[in-house]
Each structure stands twice: as structure tokens, then as C-alpha cells.
Design a protein around this ligand. Structure first.
Ligand SMILES: Nc1ncnc2c1ncn2[C@@H]1O[C@H](COP(=O)(O)OP(=O)(O)OP(=O)(O)O)[C@@H](O)[C@H]1O
Length: 358
């Protein structure tokens, strides 16, 4: 569809549903739509009886996002995105802008993940969807949340298998589940509770490991001070079931755990030390807010609603966003200097790990 047909179609959709009881339509010259490469503009003619605010922006978003599916996916803003327009006429000097991505998010499928990894030399790159790759050097910390059965472990196994080719890995698995089995299969260091030790003992053991990571950060900082062009091998600490880990644990040990997590999240960036945190849910009791603020890849799988997204995406309101059905689907936000910063629908890759039993 060319831009002018698309413009007409979008105007029709908005005329029909924007304000059914009002006379404010494009036929009465109340507003118009302009299509651009990176999105469309909704341009009101002032004065208008339409109250132009975040609610109206959200309403246009909801109408247009479905109307444009699957040709375009609108990127969801947290508030009205106002841009200047037609600077010579005060009646039409402003527009609401709706940025988009062409097409809809599509899942990647790997017939044989290990073969695929050995055939590519795309170091430090993690394919997430068709048209969405993550440069691991551009991000530090990642959180994956989702209700039981939503596909967290499946996606984590995918990440671990890829990361193993370009990052040192330490895995913490309080439930001694698939990450621990993956670690055994791929001969990677894993920490899990021993049967004759208390939970606080286990957290102390994790704290020792986190202190080691912090020392690596300090050493690398000193090396960078001497030579700012140095690059380091990625070092990733993966912690599964963070919520289960810290519940009912001695306060001081938990305090030390939080302090270490915060320091690694804050200082890991320049030194390629990463955190990957996985939990059924994240809230103020699962990780400190200062760690939350440092997360730059946020993934929520499974049930998506205002409640489940509250902590990871505090300003985000999920109505109107099209979440694809199926396993391993949800939302993703990548905060680097490459991707749009908005929260987007996500479909985790599907893969086979030939010859590996986890
Ligand atoms: N991206 C995906 N593609 C295909 N199948 C998937 C995908 N994600 C999940 N599944 C299927 O869904 C099943 C359940 O997922 P998984 O065990 O990862 O959920 P979970 O969130 O870790 O649950 P729990 O918290 O109970 O461990 C997987 O065994 C797998 O068969």
C-alpha cells in the first residue's frame, strides 16, 4: 500500500471510531493524517472540541495499531508525543506523532542451534527475533520475568547456549533445575544449594562469587585507566529464581547480596561484567530499585497486564499492544543507543539443541 492510500485508510478508521458522537472528523476538516517513513502524524485543526491529551493519544494508538496490523507495529509511548508541524499556520502547528516499525515481530526458529552458532562468527550478537538482534557489548544487565510455564527457562537455555560462545559464565540455580543441568552438560560453573546447608549459607556462597565479579570489575577499571582502548571478554553472572532465593533469608546476608548486585549493575558496563536475573516476578523485595534502574534489557513473558508489568515497566500501560499468542511470548524493552527505547511485543526464539539432554 502506498503512503497516500494508507493515509486515506487511516483517516477512515479514525473518522469512524475516534469520537463516534462528535462532529470532529477529517470530513469537517477537524484533523488530518500525514504518513512518514518512521511513523504517522495526526494533525488537529485548532480550536477543536477534542481534548488533546494522553487519553486521546492512547485512543488513536489503539485504533491505529489494530488498523495497521500486520503492515506496521506502532511503538507504544508512555505519554502524548507532540511534535511541531506546519510552522506557518497557528491552527495546524502541532501534531501527535505515532512512531512505528514496519511489519510485526516474528519469531526466529533454529533447526539446530549449536550448528548455527558454530557456523556464524557474529561474536557478541544475540538474535532475538527476525529484525531484532542484541549487541551484548551495548548492554550490561538483563531481567527475564514470567509466570510459571511462560517460557523463561526455555529462553534462558537459549541465551546460555549463545553466551557460552563469547562470555565466561557463572550460573546460580537455587532450584537445581534446567540451568544447573545445562551447566553440567556444557561444563560451566554452577552454584546450587547443597542438601546439608542452610539457605543463608547458600546466599553467602553466592555473595563470595559476586565479590569475585566485583574484584574483576575493579581490576579491569585499573587496566582501563592505564589503557582506555582495552577490550575484555564478557563475564556474565546468571541468577535464576531470584525471588525464591532471597525469601526468608537472614537480613544482613540479604543486605550484602543486594549491595553486591547493585555495585555490579552500576559498575559492570565499562568492564563487560553482566548480570542476567530471572524470576517469576520482580518487585521491590526481589531486587533493589537501584538494580532495576540499571537493567537495560527487560523481558516479560506470559501474562501481560498492568499488574505483571508494574515493576519492570513502571510507566507502561499495556492496553492496545498486540501480544502474539503462544509459548515464550510477551514484551521486551532494550535500552541501548541502537534500538527504539519503547516496550515492544516479543516472541522468544524456538530452537533444537541436537544431541543435548537437559
Ligand atoms: N520460545 C518457545 N518456543 C517454543 N516452545 C516454547 C518456547 N518457550 C517455551 N516453550 C515451551 O513451553 C514449555 C514451558 O516453558 P518453560 O519451562 O521455559 O517455562 P518457565 O517459565 O520456565 O516455567 P517454570 O517457572 O514453571 O519453570 C517449554 O518446555 C517449551 O516446550
Amino acid at each position: 500500500m502506498d503512503f497516500s492510500s494508507l493515509e486515506k485508510y487511516l483517516l477512515q478508521c479514525l473518522n469512524m471510531s475516534l469520537d463516534a458522537d462528535s462532529s470532529e472528523t477529517s470530513y469537517t476538516n477537524s484533523f488530518t493524517v500525514k504518513i512518514e517513513e518512521k511513523g504517522f502524524k495526526w494533525i488537529p485543526r485548532m480550536p477543536t472540541t477534542l481534548l488533546i491529551n494522553a487519553d486521546l493519544y492512547q485512543k488513536i494508538y489503539e485504533i491505529a495499531n489494530i488498523a495497521l496490523y500486520p503492515e506496521y507495529t506502532l511503538l507504544k509511548e508512555n505519554s502524548a508525543y507532540v511534535v511541531p508541524e506546519n510552522l506557518e499556520d497557528i491552527h495546524i502547528e502541532r501534531a501527535l506523532f505515532f512512531p512505528w516499525k514496519k511489519g510485526i515481530p516474528q519469531r526466529i526458529k533454529f533447526k539446530n542451534l549449536l550448528e548455527n552458532i558454530s557456523n556464524t562468527n557474529n561474536q557478541d550478537i544475540i538474535p532475538l527475533m527476525k529484525n531484532l538482534i542484541l549487541d551484548y557489548n551495548k548492554v550490561t544487565s538483563m531481567a527475564i520475568a514470567g509466570n510459571s510455564g511462560s517460557g523463561k527457562s526455555y529462553f534462558l537455555t537459549y541465551l546460555l547456549t549463545l553466551l557460552n560462545s563469547f562470555s565466561d559464565l557463572i550460573i546460580v540455580d537455587p532450584k537445581m533445575d534446567s540451568p544447573a543441568r545445562w551447566a553440567r552438560e556444557f561444563e560451566v560453573k554452577a552454584l546450587f544449594p547443597l542438601s546439608n546447608r542452610s539457605k543463608s549459607d547458600f546466599i553467602s556462597q553466592i555473595n563470595d562469587e559476586l565479590s569475585l565479579a566485583l574484584n574483576i570489575i575493579y581490576q579491569r577499571q585499573r587496566q582501563l585507566y592505564a589503557n582506555p582502548h582495552l577490550t575484555f571478554k564478557n563475564y556474565t553472572i546468571v541468577i535464576d529464581e531470584v525471588l525464591a532465593l532471597t525469601e526468608g533469608v537472614n537480613k544482613s546476608i540479604k543486605g550484602a547480596f543486594y549491595a553486591l548486585l547493585t555495585q555490579i549493575a552500576l559498575m559492570g558496563r565499562a568492564t563487560n561484567v553482566h548480570l542476567i536475573l530471572v524470576s517469576q516476578r520482580f518487585d521491590h523485595n526481589t531486587i533493589p530499585v537501584s538494580v532495576r534502574e540499571q537493567l537495560n534489557v527487560l523481558i516479560q513473558l506470559g501474562n501481560i497486564n498492568a499488574k505483571t508489568t508494574q515493576f519492570l515497566f513502571p510507566d507502561f500501560e499495556p492496553s492496545g499492544i498486540v501480544i502474539p499468542p503462544g509459548k515464550g511470548t510477551g514484551l521486551i524493552q532494550i535500552i541501548d543507543d541502537i534500538h527504539p527505547y519503547q516496550v515492544q511485543p516479543f516472541l522468544a526464539p524456538t530452537y533444537n539443541l541436537e544431541g543435548v539432554t537437559i
